[in-house]
Design a protein around this ligand. Structure first.
Ligand code: DGL
Length: 269
């Protein structure tokens, strides 16, 4: 039996508040781990930045996480993962788990062979995405839609507002017209809009993302590396940091995380 445990936190970051959707999945699977979340809100969205700019941001964030003794890093951002995951893994000697759009599960789930992907422009145009298609989407038609502005709506906490719904209708139209039966939410901000996407796409379309799979991978890596926390410890704590305006980011995170007592600290990196 493995008796080694490690009380250090898991570090989770995103360009902004979207990675909170992944944080939730991790907390659902593990009640004992301490979690540090960094929202790079002062530099959000990443979707319009060059891969070089994104890499420079996520190096700084990973350093910050390591200063806080993070035992594992989660790049809870598809855009950052596509642009810089391999790069981070070369630089830092810590387990790093990243995101990738759920092409593999979508290819397994689709009945009619038509899959839609909503993501940022960086995510759906990178080599990593093309390699995902080559590996998993054989014989499947994949329709990609970049969704400029959607991340910003979630950053403002505008989930149910008419403007957000109107944007979603525009982004979903080509997918509905193409007759997709599966839609992949390829950005960690979008699970907060899942119900709205489902309502527009209708009951014959299934909407999926990778948050839960990534959380399972996190627990698996911690277990393999003997890094899990002692299960008899009290409930794990969350700490939130942002490069943006903590009061505003705090309000939005409180709404998305579902806890009004959330405090977010400013951290300029
Ligand atoms: N949550 C990020 C993702 O998964 C958003 C990217 C952005 O900031 O544009 O891609």
């Amino acid at each position: 039996m493995n008796t080694l445990t490690n009380p250090n936190p898991i570090g989770i970051f995103d360009s902004g508040v979207g990675g909170v959707s992944v944080l939730k999945e991790i907390r659902n699977l593990s009640n004992t781990e301490d979690l540090i979340y960094f929202a790079d809100s002062a530099h959000c969205p990443y979707g319009f930045k060059s891969p070089e700019e994104i890499r420079s941001r996520i190096i700084k964030i990973t350093r910050f996480m390591l200063e806080h003794k993070a035992k594992l890093i989660v790049a809870a951002c598809n855009t950052a993962s596509i642009a810089g995951l391999d790069f981070l893994r070369k630089i830092f000697n810590v387990p790093i788990v990243g995101m990738e759009p759920a092409i593999k599960p979508a290819a397994a789930l689709t009945q009619n062979g038509k899959v839609g992907v909503l993501a940022t422009g960086v995510t759906i145009s990178g080599d990593r995405f093309n390699s995902l298609l080559e590996r998993y989407a054989n014989g499947i038609e994949v329709f990609r839609v970049a969704c400029p502005g959607l991340v910003e709506q979630v950053e403002q906490g505008l989930i149910n507002e008419p403007e957000t719904i109107a944007m979603l209708k525009v982004f979903l139209k080509p997918l509905i017209d193409a007759g997709v039966d599966t839609i992949v939410l390829g950005c960690t901000h979008y699970p907060f809009l899942r119900h709205q996407v489902e309502a527009i796409a209708g009951p014959s379309v299934q909407v999926i993302d990778t948050g839960n799979a990534v959380a399972r991978r996190v627990v698996q890596v911690l277990s393999e590396e003997n890094l899990l926390n002692d299960v008899s410890t009290p409930k794990g704590q969350e700490q939130f940091y942002t490069s943006g305006e903590p009061e505003h980011v705090g309000k939005v995170i409180a709404k998305l995380w579902g806890d009004n007592s959330v405090k977010v600290k400013k951290m300029k990196l």
